[in-house]
Design a protein around this ligand. Structure first.
Ligand code: GUN
Length: 307
């Protein structure tokens, strides 16, 4: 692959940054800011047309420290984009029935276009039951089986934020996905599985690796594009990366020295890859940007508009 063939869209970004290793940095902070500016303009248009801002409800149960950081960010970014934020912070001992009754109330609240219930939920709460209760038309996470099914059937509606962020970032840097060999490391419902569906939709040839995979190294070594979504520091050694590959690192791990690091050994991988996402500053900001984009999409669709 050739790292210099960027789309006109990418030309408007700040000058591309090359890592010490030689790979081009996929700047999720810069692209995320661009997406958020688009969202703000669409939120303004929505308000002018319908007399109210798009609304996003973010529900947190308990006080998981990492979740609190994400939730604060989501609420702040939505307000900055002109989306009305509805905050629900429930104590850790809230029962499943109470969470379900809040979700049902939000489903019928006309001011609320998007509902996000932050995961993980406390022990004893069936997260599937809660997520399944969210109206698919308000499912800005894209986790509801209806939205997953639509994506699987090549007719995406509300799309899971991190995988959608990978696709948008690749587009912005002119990484042509059709025909690429893509390897997804990790098969979670939040990232790995929907990532595979997004890459398939983009006409890549997709392999998904999981705990049953026999030769992970071989699967990564032949990939033109790698998405790592495992949640373990240095899970993907840099020498596994194919020269010229694009590397998207979804992991956010706290290293022993207190630094935030991804799942890929960044320094070694950047000596071989043509493109690589940093951690932090890669898919974290893209995930939030795509959430806001989904919230406006949901508002427009609910109001009878088209995307
Ligand atoms: N917890 C970690 N990532 C996510 C996410 O994307 N959405 C929700 N709802 N919870 C999460």
């Amino acid at each position: 692959m050739n790292a210099t063939t960027a789309t006109p869209g990418a030309a408007a970004l700040a000058a591309p940054v090359r890592t010490a290793g030689g790979a081009l940095l996929l700047d999720g902070k810069a692209v995320g800011a661009r997406v958020r500016a688009e969202v703000a303009e669409r939120a303004r248009d929505f308000r002018a047309r319908y007399g109210r801002a798009p609304g996003l409800a973010v529900v947190q149960v308990g006080e998981d420290p990492a979740s609190s950081v994400y939730v604060r960010n989501k609420r702040k970014s939505s307000q900055e984009a002109g989306i009305e934020s509805f905050a629900y912070d429930l104590p850790a001992d809230t029962g499943e029935a109470q969470i379900l009754s809040l979700v049902h109330a939000l489903n019928t609240d006309p001011r609320v276009d998007g509902i996000l219930v932050q995961l993980p939920l406390p022990k004893g709460v069936d997260a599937n039951r809660v997520m399944d209760a969210v109206d698919p038309a308000k499912d800005v996470d894209g986790f509801h089986p209806v939205n997953t099914g639509l994506l699987a059937q090549k007719r995406p509606r509300l799309r899971p934020c991190t995988p959608f962020g990978v696709i948008r970032l690749a587009q912005e840097y002119g990484i042509a996905l059709p025909g690429l060999r893509a390897t997804v490391v990790g098969a979670s419902n939040i990232v790995g599985r929907p990532m595979a569906l997004e890459l398939l939709l983009a006409r890549a040839t997709v392999t998904v690796c999981h705990t049953g995979t026999r030769d992970l190294r071989a699967e990564v070594e032949r990939a033109d594009l790698v998405v790592a979504a495992v949640g373990k520091e240095n899970f993907v050694p840099g020498e596994w990366i194919r020269p010229g590959a694009a590397v998207f690192d979804v992991g956010i791990n706290r290293s022993a020295s207190g630094k935030l690091v991804g799942d890929v050994d960044f320094d070694r991988a950047a000596e071989r890859a043509a493109w690589i996402t940093p951690v932090p500053g890669g898919l974290g900001p893209m995930t939030i940007a795509m959430l806001l984009s989904n919230a406006v999409d949901a508002a427009v669709l609910r109001a009878g508009g088209t995307l």
